[in-house]
Design a protein around this ligand. Structure first.
Ligand code: 5GP
Length: 189
């Protein structure tokens, strides 16, 4: 059986990755999103085991010590990591696994799994990103400012990704991601 694709799916905080992801999952039954572990507090509406596994710093460090992560990184004061075992299991089952992760995690994956496919979602403009992040109202002004600074830094690394997709329209951007995946799979067959 063919192994599935390991897809790094990155983009600044507030760029709309989550909304595009929902479309991808709805439209392609072979796609799965890896659920990360984080020390960040849940946002309203987030459920443990669905958006993230919400863990303490001690639990996170234990997972690092047990070599339980495919990659892990700190982002604006919190730790985030991709649990290794479920990803390998899904890939073995032929599923295409998306890792919604930030830049430092991507660099670790790119080094360890050079066959991965990387897609970077960008906003139509930085002003648009600022407006979206402020409009979301889930973070304090200080955290928003820090997330925007990190976003600017991440945007300057777009050239490291295989594909850059502009989220000017959710439907269009989702279709573009689906065509990228389907083209790669056809090529591999
Ligand atoms: P948020 O707090 O907004 O959910 O996520 C903050 C950033 O952490 C986002 O860029 C998100 O993609 C990234 N992230 C989420 N899970 C992981 C992970 O497992 N590893 C890494 N390196 N980044 C992650």
């Amino acid at each position: 059986m063919n192994k599935g694709l390991l897809v790094v799916y990155a983009g600044a905080s507030g760029v709309g990755k989550g909304t595009i992801m929902k479309r991808l999952l709805a439209e392609n039954p072979n796609i799965r999103l890896s659920v990360s572990a984080t020390t960040r507090a849940p946002r309203e509406g987030e459920q443990d085991g669905r958006e993230y596994y919400f863990v303490t710093r001690e639990e996170f460090e234990k997972l690092i010590a047990e070599d339980g992560f495919l990659e892990h990184a700190e982002y604006v004061g919190n730790c985030y990591g991709t649990p290794k075992a479920p990803v390998f299991k899904m890939l073995d089952e032929g599923l295409d696994v998306f890792l919604e992760i930030e830049l430092k995690g991507f660099l670790q994956i790119k080094k360890a799994y050079p066959e991965c496919v990387s897609i970077f979602i960008v906003p139509p403009s930085f002003e648009e990103l600022q407006a979206r992040l402020r409009g979301r109202g889930t973070e304090s002004p200080e955290v928003i400012a820090e997330r925007l600074k990190t976003a600017q830094e991440e945007l300057s690394h777009h050239h490291l990704f295989d594909y850059v997709v502009v989220n000017d329209d959710v439907d269009r951007a989702a279709k573009e991601v689906l065509s990228i995946i389907s083209a790669i799979k056809t090529e591999k067959e």
